[in-house]
Design a protein around this ligand. Sequence first.
Ligand code: FAD
Length: 868
Amino acid sequence: MGHAVADDEGAGVASSDVDVVVVGAGFSGLYLLHRLRQLGFTTVVFDTASDVGGTWYWNRYPGARCDIPTTDYSYSFDPELERVWTWSEKYATQPEILSYLRFVADRYDLRRDIVFSTRVESAAWDESAARWRVRTDDGRELRCRFYVMASGCLSLPKAPEIVGHDRFRGATYYTSRWPHEGADFSGLRVAVVGTGSSGIQSIPLIAAQAAELTVFQRTANFSIPARNGQPAAERLTALESDRDAYREAARRSRGGVPGDVTEVAGAYASDEVRRARFESAWEAGELMEILGVFNDVMLSSTANDVIAEMIREKIRSVVVDPETAETLCPKDHPFGSKRPCLDTNYFQTYNLPHVRLVDLRRDPIVTITDSGIDTASETFDFDAIVYATGFDAMTGPIVAVDITGRDGLSLREKWTDGPSTYLGLTTVGFPNFFTITGPGSPSVLSNMAVSIEQHVDWVADCLEHLRARDLETIEPTPLAETGWNQHVDDGASITLYPTADSWYMGANVPGKPRAFLPYVAGVDTYRAACDEVVDRDYLGFRLSGPAGSECNDGVIRRLQVDVAKVLEFMAELELPPMELMSVGDARAFMAITESARPPGPTVGETVDGTLAGAAGDLPYRLYRPATQGPHPMVAYFHGGGWVLGGLDSDDPLCRDLCVRSDAVIVSVGYRHAPEARFPAAADDAFAAVQWIAAHAEELGGIPDELVVAGWSAGANVAAVACQLARDAGKTHIAGQVLLTPVVDAAMDRPSYVENAEGYVLSAALMRWFWDHYADPADRGHPEASPLLGNLSNLPPALVVTAEFDPLRDEGAAYADALATAGVRVHHLAARGHIHTSLTMVDVVLSGADIRAQMSDVMRSFFRTTVPA
Ligand SMILES: Cc1cc2nc3c(=O)[nH]c(=O)nc-3n(C[C@H](O)[C@H](O)[C@H](O)COP(=O)(O)OP(=O)(O)OC[C@H]3O[C@@H](n4cnc5c(N)ncnc54)[C@H](O)[C@@H]3O)c2cc1C
């Protein structure tokens, strides 16, 4: 053991009544203690370890290193500290990181407020005193105003779930509780169980000593060569030339490490581009590089498959025995969905004659015996067994303490079905309680040094704010917490993360609820949310004190994560508002944006043709499914405010609907304003519907199986066409599908006011569209405002509205009015979406689920059973 620490260290804490109790003296607890002390809060820190360091105190196995470059995996709060400490390697070893944390503890004289070798067992909120009562395993009880779990995400080892693991008479080691005196495997027969990060780091070094090494692998993991050595010259130069800018770039980055964010989508890049980008990331030997090799690595299975296969190729090229190579190739989870590893000669180790791999999927462990391991088909004798079996991550260390909040609420019980937090920092029912890098924050998906500093600063600033305002307690509101949980889930649900049985999902611990624990949208996005909460008077928190309580209740992030990213991207482009452009410029601009987007899915075939409109031929594009026809049909009308758009503008959406609904889609190029004003578009739509119905058979469709659909202004003319068809009584329409429709020229509903600006379709732009399309006197006509028409006996309808759309309330009003008129209506309210986002196929991934629901309803309109 290194630094000797007397048991009574921490005796600097004389009082049993302090401002703050902190659990954990790792990266988090040390910085928190330093900050709180600077602010004058009396603080005591407890740790079960006998010294500082947390992760780096416990994980002393051979080969233990960080896997974020140490230039970045360091504190940034004190430039002086950065100046006096120099890392010797690109990825420092555990002893070096531990020395660093001890150096920090000494430099800021932290040990006097830390009580080592002491476990916090319970913490209970005492409502009458507005204080926590904290108990430790040595019988101490402290009262404190604030209680902080800086207890680590990966600090509670997971017990090996293997029968008989306590029966073995040889030496047993756990990577996360490695003996301080080390272990010598020379001449021994050694087993390593587990091939996660710790297994992958330690196996080459154990193999170098052992007489025989047998590795028991349940899941093959992705690992890339660390290429350790001197700290990367580019990073050092950037850091040394402008430390502040470098650290700020880390804080504003996706993963907490400065680096360029690529715009290359792996799903669409050429093979050459994919290969070149992959090889360069492979050479860099950095996790964030390989995870960011394409912008859709964790979003698109096509992109992910590309990179996963390239890594498998690398494994096959290293491992000589083809069967061992295949067993080492990860195939049961997307790359990145389990934490990828960095290694030094891991795969090469399997070429050594005394190293053997046992695939537990084929030959599971039946029991540990007193002399070794019995698998289903073999008996192994060992002198030593090393368990590298991972952690009960993120929530484990928190609920291991018996934490009781307001009204006796147990945190363990509150989180039975998964954690529920506000910002990953706080939770309802537990006033003045904070978790550093808690579930629902970027934590383990980021460079944790950056995430830890951000959380510590947030908590310290919060305590200072309360003190300055003479407030005693802070607690999130149910509304804010529910909103945050939703946001965290929404973010995860569009990624590939939930598809893997990972510790990110709690899947490695039997009985643990499945929930995606970290926040995926990046440290930059996350920090912005935390800062905004503060700027908006602690939005979503109730702050109370002797003078009363204050609360600005609300939800901090209501837009879907990917919708917000699109809006941010557009804001950065600083485009002029479309309503200030000429019609020609606006159309030219649309054409440019169309050329830069993903093409949408492949359909059986597309056919361009012409059909008879109200005043002459109109172009159409037909999309035929790849399945055997004839198919039901959809007459589709594109969006664009009657002014813009065309067959190309909605092409990806039409492809998507074609594939999902297994129907022929006929997209109609109706006439546009201002060249052809009201009612030209509506008349064309009605004529086109009649023409398509009449030509169903020759188009490969099923007669009478026709749905009329459209988006925005296209949904306007679709709705009008349905009313005109009903009046004419000739054409049977099976259903109408109206995606964020314009149905009324009255632009004064609340959604127009709330969403007047900032969500692509602005109130001003909608006015511009109306002005081009119809004279004010005509706008009340049912062929312009179908909401004002006769709604009885119309075909069943699906109305989709988007939450952040000026048109939301008129769409909802149309759904209500149809229902009142006796029409069968489905109203799908797309939470967190804007007017355009549902049509952004393969860009706004959260729209896919809505389109899937749309297609399900559309199928239900057809009488013919369409195969799913
Ligand atoms: C092997 C390994 C390698 C890693 N490498 C990286 C990396 O390269 N980059 C990166 O960003 N992250 C890495 N991590 C994650 C790492 O945990 C964090 O970077 C960071 O060290 C966490 O610091 P912390 O202070 O929040 O928690 P920890 O370091 O885990 O410290 C928490 C402390 O709390 C104590 N504790 C917990 N419960 C109690 C209790 N009830 N009573 C008393 N004490 C308690 C524990 O004993 C522990 O010492 C790695 C993790 C592991 C396990």
